[in-house]
Design a protein around this ligand. Structure first.
Ligand code: GRF
Length: 200
């Protein structure tokens, strides 16, 4: 079976990107990482990708002076040039324009550290603790217009412990993210192959 060509967008540490790259080493994994893009030139994840033999390119958003669409056209040029079929956002910290979202609709997924639809956006852990939640988690979802909206593909849950801080919770959740993302991307690839990735 030909594998789908995977592009991964990051902004920083890149631990979820590494989890995807490592999962893709399995012979039966449906996606092959071919390109990592970062809007942050000094993102640690760029070197982690290169160390694993994946082409990694920084496309700094700053020289585009706030022209988000122009920055995304530059990202898109790289993705098209490498024949990317599916995008995984992995800690990509910029909100995408409707143009980019529609262009990749049904072929782009994201991981978010909350049990969506609860706590989209930033500071999810602090907000969950503040609200007295007893459970936290992470979600992999199709990307659609709107921040952290779009159909959820898979979720993982962990308990919030008394006295938990946002930092402690984030750290405890991370291994669950690393298990969830490769499995959810596997499901997403199956949907794309079947021609029914999320389309609304
Ligand atoms: C993760 O917690 C992910 O859920 C969120 O941003 C963080 C990125 O971490 N979207 P990393 O760069 O994958 O290590």
């Amino acid at each position: 079976m030909t594998r789908l060509r995977l592009g991964i967008l990051i902004s920083g540490r890149g631990s979820n990107m590494v989890a995807l790259v490592e999962a893709a080493q399995a012979a039966d994994y449906p996606a092959e990482p071919v390109l990592v893009l970062s809007n942050q030139p000094h993102a640690d994840g760029l070197n982690l990708a290169r160390a694993r033999g994946i082409e990694a390119i920084a496309v700094d958003h700053r020289p585009f002076s706030g022209d988000r669409a122009a920055h995304e056209r530059a990202l898109d040029d790289h993705l098209q040039a490498r024949g990317v079929d599916v995008i995984a956002l992995a800690g990509y910290m910029r909100v995408l324009t409707p143009w980019f979202v529609r262009r990749w609709q049904g072929r782009m997924v994201n991981i978010h550290p909350s049990l969506l639809p609860k706590y989209p956006g930033l500071n999810t852990h602090a907000r969950a603790i503040e609200a007295g939640e007893t459970e936290a988690g992470c979600s992999v979802h199709w990307v659609s217009d709107g921040v952290d909206t779009g159909e959820v593909i898979a979720q993982a849950r962990i308990p919030i412990r008394p006295g938990d801080t946002a930092a402690a919770l984030a750290q405890r959740l991370l291994p669950a993210e690393h298990r969830l993302y490769p499995e959810a991307l596997r499901r997403a690839c199956a949907r794309i192959r079947a021609g029914n990735g999320q389309t609304d």
